[in-house]
Design a protein around this ligand. Structure first.
Ligand SMILES: Nc1nc2c(ncn2[C@@H]2O[C@H](COP(=O)(O)OP(=O)(O)OP(=O)(O)O)[C@@H](O)[C@H]2O)c(=O)[nH]1
Ligand SMILES: [Mg+2]
Length: 366
């Protein structure tokens, strides 16, 4: 997961004691959760839902705030989504192996790679696959080919402009897991669902009572097509505010994007795009009336990339936010202080906040 950084709105700036004292007539803490596609917004919801099953002080609620049990989407939808996730990874492997002029050690795998690419290119191709034992065996054989093994050593450097490996992919990419996912009786676990990639279309509303505090979260899809509608969503969301409610924009940022080049403007990264998005969002008049919280997510992937020698040169993307010594130390030895690196990412966003004068002296960052 990650860390938080926030801009406090004056009227929301209350101590925990204050908040406890106001429990009975307190309104709802409402969050408009937004961010770029794949930042990890829906994963936060899934994790909260799981916590509600494990902790009696956390409740998942209906629209009237009565407790509800999680009614999951159809098992079939999860199975198909996860299988699609794995096939998409294979499609990326096939394309990247071709782009790198690598060769498979077995000609069957060359043919299987072509088959996967064709299936993934056709709109409903995947739905037409007969997932039988032969297909399952071909998948494992392909996955265990030396070319795929070599490619996986460069995992953090797999780079296709319009296709990205999803950050939960590691969880599914072992021979045993692939066999399980493509077996007849596959039943996705909660952990599988947390790691799966299922883009949010439009927006979904969720309600929780966490330690007695009512929390309402609108999870807004971050794909390009969805971002075009964000201003409309924000207006509707704001319109539904009741007296005593506190409104926050919760921006979820993927720290792992610090070195992912933008498909159209390769000089910039997806992290730059995310900070630009924040700036645009804050120019919306409604944002002035809300608190702002930024959740810096995917800290684990950020750390993994920093520790990977193949990503070392990518530190230039954060050069402006690091002291010269820290920058040079890392470049020459690969050693780094985690807090210093995390701070470089937060600083990028604070910089944008200051430059757009959307910040006051009450900001806090942690
Ligand atoms: N390694 C790692 N993976 C994460 C983390 N948070 C989310 N993911 C994975 O990132 C992928 C995308 O997460 P989602 O929650 O679907 O992203 P989203 O922001 O809802 O994306 P849209 O619905 O398209 O806007 C999933 O495969 C998640 O399992 C994290 O902290 N670490
Ligand atoms: Mg989502």
């Amino acid at each position: 997961m990650g860390q938080l950084c926030g801009r406090n709105e004056r009227k929301n700036n209350r101590s925990p004691d204050d908040r406890n004292g106001h429990k009975t007539n307190a309104g709802i803490s409402r969050f408009f959760m937004t961010g770029m596609g794949s930042a990890g917004k829906s994963t936060i919801i899934r994790q909260l839902q799981l916590l509600c099953q494990q902790n009696k002080d956390y409740k998942l609620c209906n629209s009237d705030w009565s407790e509800m049990t999680l009614t999951d989407i159809d098992k079939c939808v999860w199975v198909n989504t996860i299988r699609r996730n794995v096939l998409d990874c294979f499609d990326i492997f096939a394309k990247q192996i071709q782009q790198n002029n690598m060769t498979y050690s077995d000609s069957d795998n060359t043919k299987f790679a072509l088959r996967i690419e064709q299936l993934c290119d056709e709109e409903n191709g995947i739905d037409d696959i007969d997932i039988d034992e032969d297909f399952q065996k071909s998948m494992i054989k392909y996955f265990e080919d030396q070319a795929v093994k070599d490619l996986l050593k460069k995992w953090n450097k797999i780079d296709l402009p319009h296709k990205k490996l999803f950050d939960g992919a590691h969880h599914f990419l072992t021979s045993d897991k692939i066999s399980e996912v493509f077996s007849q009786n596959y039943d996705p676990t909660d952990t599988d669902k947390i790691h799966c990639r299922k883009p949010t279309m439009k927006k979904d509303k969720y309600r929780f009572i966490l330690n007695g505090t009512k929390i309402e979260i609108d999870d807004v899809g971050g794909q390009k097509s969805e971002l075009m509608r964000v201003s409309d969503y924000l207006h509707h969301w704001s319109f539904d505010t009741q007296e005593n409610d506190q409104n926050f924009i919760l921006l979820v940022v993927s720290m792992s994007d610090y070195n992912v080049p933008h498909a159209e403007y390769p000089k910039y990264t997806l992290l730059d795009e995310s900070s630009e998005y924040m700036k645009l969002l804050l120019n919306n008049g409604i944002a002035d009336k809300c608190g702002l919280l930024i959740f810096f997510n995917k800290k684990d992937r950020f750390k993994e990339k920093l520790a990977d020698e193949q990503c070392r040169d990518d530190i230039h993307y954060l050069k402006d936010y690091l002291a010269r010594e820290a920058y040079q130390d890392y470049q020459t030895s690969g050693k780094f202080n985690e807090n210093v690196m995390n701070h470089a990412i937060t600083a990028k966003f604070l910089d944008k906040l200051y430059s757009s004068q959307k910040v006051d002296k009450r900001n806090y960052c942690r």
